[in-house]
Design a protein around this ligand. Structure first.
Ligand code: ATR
Length: 281
């Protein structure tokens, strides 16, 4: 708690903790919202090495911090350092949002919320229950996507990953609606799918594209990519060529940030074109 000299209402501080953290777009994103809403507050990048994380997390609330975003490589480690963890963060196995309150650290994961909110904003007629969802990839981001799609009521969740074990683990943890496809047979999982998601890092600037024949994909399906550098990935272009609706991955980043901002600064911010432009600038 602040001492008497700090005054009754210190300016709230938040930030993103990572190692490295210079690449994070979160300071620009939250900075835009702070300015837009005329709020007193600051949001800063915090480069913190893994061996220092525990000490830094304990100290920040005493320096006026109301919470943090968490990025690579700390998303798993913060679960063990938090005083409470939401069920969804525990199930996903990672947290991206911390709230400091009453000297305690609360950990949540809003990535799945951001994923679904992005689809609802840009494809309002998307019906998750209309058919199976096909998820390519089984890393940390994929786990958040799987949790949110199951919560939305997809009848079947198909998943494939280069390292099959990680997909098998998701099936073991997330239950009966999950069906694992071998990486070599990934194209088969597109048949009858209503939603298809690239949750690998393939297609990112400087990486190989995702190579997946889309011949089995229904042109009525919705395709989305978690990669947003570039915004228009080879996978999204391929899906559009097939006739599918596509939604890029930037909106997931924007929407996952909103619940944290609201908890820290007391205003629910808008995710709109102004914000997209500010983050892309
Ligand atoms: P994130 O938190 O972004 O999900 P991650 O946990 O490192 O990051 O997961 C990256 C995903 O991209 C994984 O599904 C990974 O496959 P593996 O589990 O086999 O590593 C996938 N990926 C990365 N590079 C890949 C490549 N060259 N070929 C196929 N899949 C790849």
């Amino acid at each position: 708690m602040p001492g008497p000299d700090a005054g009754p209402s210190p300016i709230p501080l938040a930030g993103v903790v990572g190692w490295p953290v210079a690449q994070s777009r979160s300071p620009r994103l939250h900075g835009h919202w702070l300015a837009r809403h005329g709020l007193a507050g600051h949001y800063v990048p915090l480069p913190v090495a893994p061996e220092d994380l525990a000490q830094v997390l304990r100290a920040l609330p005493r320096a006026g911090f109301v919470g943090l975003n968490v990025t690579i490589p700390h998303k798993q480690a913060v679960l063990a350092l938090a005083d409470s963890v939401t069920d969804r963060a525990a199930l996903i196995g990672a947290a991206n949002t911390l709230v400091f309150r009453g000297g305690r650290i609360h950990a949540d994961n809003t990535d799945g919320y951001g994923f679904v909110a992005n689809l609802r904003q840009h494809a309002p007629d998307w019906v998750p229950a209309a058919g199976a969802a096909a998820v390519i990839g089984a890393g940390g981001a994929a786990r958040a996507v799987v949790a949110s799609l199951l919560e939305c009521g997809v009848p079947e969740l198909r998943i494939t990953n280069r390292t099959r074990l990680r997909a098998d683990q998701i099936k073991a943890e997330f239950g009966a609606r999950v069906v694992v496809y071998d990486w070599a047979q990934a194209a088969n999982m597109l048949e009858g799918a209503a939603t298809v998601v690239n949750a690998t890092s393939l297609g990112m600037d400087g990486k190989q594209p995702l190579r997946l024949p889309l011949d089995a994909l229904d042109p009525g399906a919705l395709a989305t990519d978690l990669v947003y550098t570039p915004l228009d990935t080879p996978f999204l272009r391929q899906a559009r060529d097939r006739g599918c609706r596509t939604v890029d991955g930037l909106g997931m980043l924007l929407h996952q940030a909103a619940p944290g901002f609201e908890r820290w600064f007391g205003v629910r911010p808008q995710v709109d074109d102004d914000l997209r432009r500010a983050v892309l600038a």
